[in-house]
Each structure stands twice: as C-alpha cells, then as structure tokens.
Design a binder for this molecule. Structure first.
Ligand code: AMP
Ligand code: ZN
Length: 112
C-alpha cells in the first residue's frame, strides 16, 4: 500500500493543500502545533532525509525555498521555524520525507 503522503499527493486522501508545483505539495498539518503548521512534501516518495543523495539533494533546496515563500505569503516571515524529523528516534512518524513549517505566534487570534 502506498504511504499516506503519496495518497495525499495523488488526491486519494483529502488534505488542505495550499500550494503545489511540479515537485512539491504544501498542506496543513492535521494536528497543528503552532498557529501556522504546514507540511512541505516532495511529490516523489523518499522515505526520509537519509534517502537524499547528490542527485536528489536539489529537492531539499526546493523545500527550503517553498518554506520561505509560504512564510511570506502567509505574512509570518518575521518569525518561523522549519523542522525535518528523520528516523523513528528522530521523531519521524510518517515515512515520507517532509518539512514542518511552524509559525504565526505573533498573530492576533481570529474573533468569530
Ligand atoms: P513527523 O512526526 O515528522 O513524521 O510528522 C508527521 C506529521 O504529519 C504530524 O505532525 C501529523 O500531525 C501530520 N499528519 C499525519 N497525517 C496527516 C494527514 N492525513 N494530513 C495532514 N497531516 C498529517
Ligand atoms: Zn510516500
């Protein structure tokens, strides 16, 4: 069975996708740990950061650039964090390479 992030990429599972290009999708984390918590996910399946090599390292650069652009487009560029958990001991639960983008702490709460 394909992994759940591959299924999100293939639109077989729902997700709140905020950005997509030929190499990446960016969607909201289902269990946010910050006011803004996005996942930046390569469309191609890599198990983890350990799977990148000289030929595929460029995907890492694309992920960093996507984090910067998403932070700018969401107005949180004054302060955010990016995080990649790698391996079970490193806290990686989903075995498909992804970068967390966390921020928005300075935002005023939305009144309803
Ligand atoms: P990690 O611990 O780095 O593997 O992070 C996995 C992240 O994926 C967690 O923050 C989860 O909340 C998130 N997550 C798991 N399933 C989904 C899903 N179906 N849609 C969006 N985010 C998810
Ligand atoms: Zn996958």
């Amino acid at each position: 069975m394909t992994c759940i992030f591959c299924q999100i990429v293939a639109r077989e599972l729902p997700a709140e996708i905020l950005f997509e290009d030929s190499e990446l999708v960016v969607f909201k984390d289902i269990n946010p740990e910050a006011p803004v918590h996005l996942l930046i996910v390569p469309k191609r399946h890599f198990d983890s950061l350990n799977s990148l090599d000289e030929l595929t390292a460029q995907i890492g650069a694309r992920m960093f650039l996507a984090a910067k652009k998403m932070a700018e487009s969401l107005g949180i560029e004054s302060g955010y964090k990016v995080l990649i958990n790698c391996g079970r001991e490193g806290g990686q639960v989903i075995r498909h390479l992804h970068m967390h983008l966390l921020g928005g702490w300075g935002r005023k709460p939305v009144r309803r």
